[in-house]
Design a protein around this ligand. Structure first.
Ligand code: ATP
Ligand code: MG
Length: 351
């Protein structure tokens, strides 16, 4: 079976360290494996579903997200990075898939439910937003994808994509679509990295992020203001590690090597946690350690970004060229869908 990988991000802001551990680390690993095709889609059409009046934000963040990918180490020689709206066939596929999904089923999607609450839409949910899981199914299925590296919040989308694929195959009697599988990070904490404010998920829309592009000073300031244990007031107080943002980030980023280098009085994270729980370990110390660990990862990304920013035109060119290639693949899939449905009317002309 072919190995076709597709994943993406909404250009609603720069990428943050949640994206890094949730999906970019897996993308970096995957790009060094054997595969047939690897696509990364900048989901501008999807971003507009909750930003209709904010087109500039979406438009300007396309290049930002592309620079984030490249500075984090995504190799454009191996991976096709393209812009969603440059493949209009995805919208047409969505129209056909919409007929296979009920309103009730869409309403049950737990991620969409959370996002509706987070955006305070209450009774004014844009139809496009409500339906974005269907358009996401098109993004995945158009390319014959069978592997989707994502964070945990995307599992309901992939489940729904599989249902749509199955439903299309059954309704039209042809096995057009493969069943895509999600690829989650191995480390549980990285599947949904919490926000700096202790919020359940770091997310661009919630504004609780450390961005890959943040400068050294900003990263440090954000870490120093991160939510820890509100009852850990004096250094001598016993502290809670669960729900403590600094420990969550250390779980995601610190290795035994980090301790050797930056905090040699502890062997590993278990020892540090035990001390914090017992009391006698201050928040400033753990925050400064986290700062050292994160700066080590973010400094090279920041430096690469500076280089890339010198030639923005080349990045746009790469995106547009890739969009054309991606479009050909989607056109081919759409044609197969139409044949299966019996609406490939062009055949009448040939008679
Ligand atoms: P928005 O708030 O606009 O939805 P976002 O921060 O949720 O933005 P997306 O572009 O929606 O980012 O997500 C892109 C990818 O990154 C998805 O695979 C998603 O699962 C993953 N991801 C996003 N946030 C996190 C996080 N906090 N932890 C782990 N993975 C994440
Ligand atoms: Mg999101």
């Amino acid at each position: 079976m072919k190995k076709i990988i597709l994943t993406g991000d909404r250009p609603t802001g720069n990428l943050h360290i949640g994206h890094y551990v949730g999906s970019i680390v897996n993308r970096l690993k995957l790009q060094n494996t054997e595969f047939d095709k690897f696509y990364i889609m900048i989901a501008d059409t999807q971003a507009l579903t909750d930003n209709a009046g904010n087109v500039d934000k979406v438009k300007n963040n396309i290049i930002q997200v592309a620079i984030d990918y490249l500075s984090a180490g995504i190799n454009p020689e191996k991976v096709n990075i393209f812009i969603q709206s440059q493949v209009p066939e995805l919208a047409e596929m969505t129209m056909y898939f919409m007929n296979l999904v009920t309103v009730a089923r869409l309403g049950r999607n737990p991620t969409v439910k959370d996002e509706i609450k987070q955006r305070s839409f209450s009774n004014s949910i844009p139809v496009g937003f409500f339906c974005y899981p269907i358009s996401q199914a098109s993004d995945i299925l158009a390319f014959g994808t069978n592997l989707v590296p994502v964070g945990e919040d995307q599992l309901p989308m992939i489940e729904q994509t599989r249902e749509i694929a199955r439903s299309f195959n059954n309704t039209y009697g042809k096995e057009i679509f493969a069943m895509p599988e999600p690829l989650l990070p191995e480390n549980n904490i990285c599947r949904r990295l919490c926000g700096l404010d202790g919020g359940l998920k770091m997310s661009k829309s919630a504004g609780n992020c450390i961005y890959l592009k943040d400068d050294e000073k900003t990263v440090k300031e954000k870490i120093m203001s991160a939510y820890t244990d509100p009852n850990h007031i004096r250094v001598t107080d016993p502290g809670k590690v669960e729900g403590n943002v600094v420990f969550s980030y250390l779980d995601a980023f610190a290795t035994d090597e980090s301790f050797k280098k930056h905090l040699p009085e502890y062997k590993n994270l278990d020892e540090l946690k035990a001390h914090y729980r017992k009391g006698g370990l201050g928040d400033v110390k753990i925050k400064l350690f986290l700062n050292n660990v994160l700066q080590e990862i973010l400094t090279p990304i920041r430096e690469k970004r500076k280089e890339l920013e010198k030639n923005i035109d080349a990045i746009y060119e790469m995106l547009f060229e890739n969009g054309k290639k991606a479009r050909k693949v989607a056109q081919n899939t759409l044609q197969k869908m139409k044949e299966a449905m019996g609406i490939d009317y062009a055949k009448f002309l040939k008679k």
